[in-house]
Design a binder for this molecule. Structure first.
Ligand code: SAH
Length: 403
């Protein structure tokens, strides 16, 4: 077999002494401020050989600008080449770690490769019933595309591959066709998660219609928290939590999202699960307005799901989870029945579980109410993380009972 000829330029880069220890101990992200000779990095995709001040080898990585850094460490072994074999090795290990997903007929959508958690930062691959979706987070990693695909070809059986370039091409997202190779997927593509159906779109926008990292939370809501309950799902997107609740026997779900498209998308997700969407409430509105409305009407719910984006700007409000989560949660507490449950979730990577618990404490004080923690969730196993990179372990979900 012909292997892609691959000769990447290598540049020696000196790491500032204050950062040597962290690189040595396995921190995978290369920060701009850690590098001495920034101007010599060359073009994105260049292989970087990181050394300390005296020129002693530390690690190899690549140059690729993302919001959080300028590249990722790939190996700490000087003799290791960054070639097809390297990508095959990482992908194969990732593939093996997901065998339980491949053999579960009830779940056909999961993350196959999770960036630095699986050894290569800046790229994620999701598996959707035989189709692969590669997300490239920098132009730098995109230069390794041919190697990735060659490696994938030898490891995974797939029907087709799609890609999303999640980096700026001169500031605009120009992609009108994300299809790459193989067979095109049906539109929509129906996938399963613990027996729940989801209609997804691989070739429509930056997001496909479902966030796979909430799989266990959806299952838990369906299996243990929904039966007979009235459910409010805020920031509902395509209504995935509402569908899970409804399948778990919820009396009624109310989904609230400000995006117009959320309504038809939510109707579709109910429909592919055989749920009569007309018996459910699907509201296109700013959640902050909805809370005001609910307050005026004295509405309250048995189960309230709160999963806002980390940052959002609407006409009247800007929301930043790191600052505004307690306020938002206090509003959710106000519309929760006594004895009811709140699913407080955040995907914000700038704070950890301890700070999130502090936010919860603050919110209940503000709402003049008491609570107990029922259970907690972090990322599922397919979103593999490493202990050296806490920021990668971004998801925090706490089930709270209002007392
Ligand atoms: N909880 C969802 C994912 C939420 S994605 C799930 O698990 O599937 C974030 C959603 O928040 C987007 O659909 C966006 O339209 C919506 N959103 C952002 N700001 C909002 C606001 N102020 N009011 C209502 N929805 C908002």
């Amino acid at each position: 077999m012909n292997r892609a000829v691959f000769m990447k330029q290598t540049v020696k880069v000196k790491v500032k002494s204050a950062y040597v220890k962290s690189i040595k101990s396995g921190f995978p992200l290369l920060k701009k401020e850690a590098v001495q000779n920034l101007q010599q990095l060359g073009a994105e995709g260049t292989i970087l050989e990181l050394t300390d001040d005296s020129g002693l080898f530390l690690a190899k990585g690549y140059y690729g600008k993302q919001n959080k850094g300028i590249g990722w460490v790939l190996t700490h072994r000087e003799e290791e080449q960054i070639d097809v074999g390297f990508f095959e090795k990482k992908l194969k290990r990732a593939f093996e770690l997901r065998q339980s997903f491949f053999s579960d007929p009830g779940t056909t959508a999961f993350r196959l490769f999770n960036g630095e958690g699986d050894g290569i930062g800046g790229v994620a691959i999701e598996y959707f019933d035989g189709y692969l979706l590669i997300q490239w987070y920098s132009e730098g990693i995109y230069h390794f595309k041919d190697l990735f695909i060659e490696a994938l070809n030898s490891i995974v059986d797939y029907k087709g591959i799609y890609e999303k370039k999640r980096f700026d091409l001169q500031g605009t997202y120009m992609e009108d066709d994300d299809f790459l190779i193989g067979e095109r997927a049906p539109v929509p593509l129906l996938v399963k998660e613990n027996g729940i159906n989801f209609a997804i779109y691989l070739n429509e926008s930056a997001m496909v219609g479902i966030f796979l990292d909430q799989r266990e939370v959806r299952k838990t809501i369906r299996d243990n928290y929904a039966k007979g309950k009235t459910v409010l799902n805020t920031f509902s997107y395509t209504g995935a939590f509402s569908v899970a609740a409804s399948l778990g026997g919820a009396m009624k779900t109310t989904s609230v999202d400000v995006a117009n498209r959320s309504k038809s998308k939510t109707i579709e997700q109910f429909s592919v699960n055989g749920i009569d969407f007309e018996a459910e409430d699907i509201i296109v509105e700013d959640v902050f307005n909805y809370f005001k409305y609910a307050g005026r009407k004295n509405l309250s719910f048995d189960l309230v799901i709160l999963d806002p984006p980390s940052y959002a700007r609407s006409k009247k409000n800007t929301f930043s989870a790191g600052k505004d989560y307690p306020d938002l949660l206090a509003k959710a507490i106000d519309v929760t029945e006594q004895g009811g449950v709140i699913v407080a979730s955040t995907n914000c990577s700038t704070f950890g579980m301890d700070k999130f618990k502090g936010f919860i404490e603050k919110a209940f004080k503000q709402a003049d109410s008491k609570y107990q923690v029922l259970e907690e969730f972090r990322l599922p196993a397919d979103f593999k993380t490493i202990k050296e990179f806490k920021e990668g372990d971004y998801l925090k979900v706490v089930f709270l009972q209002k007392l």
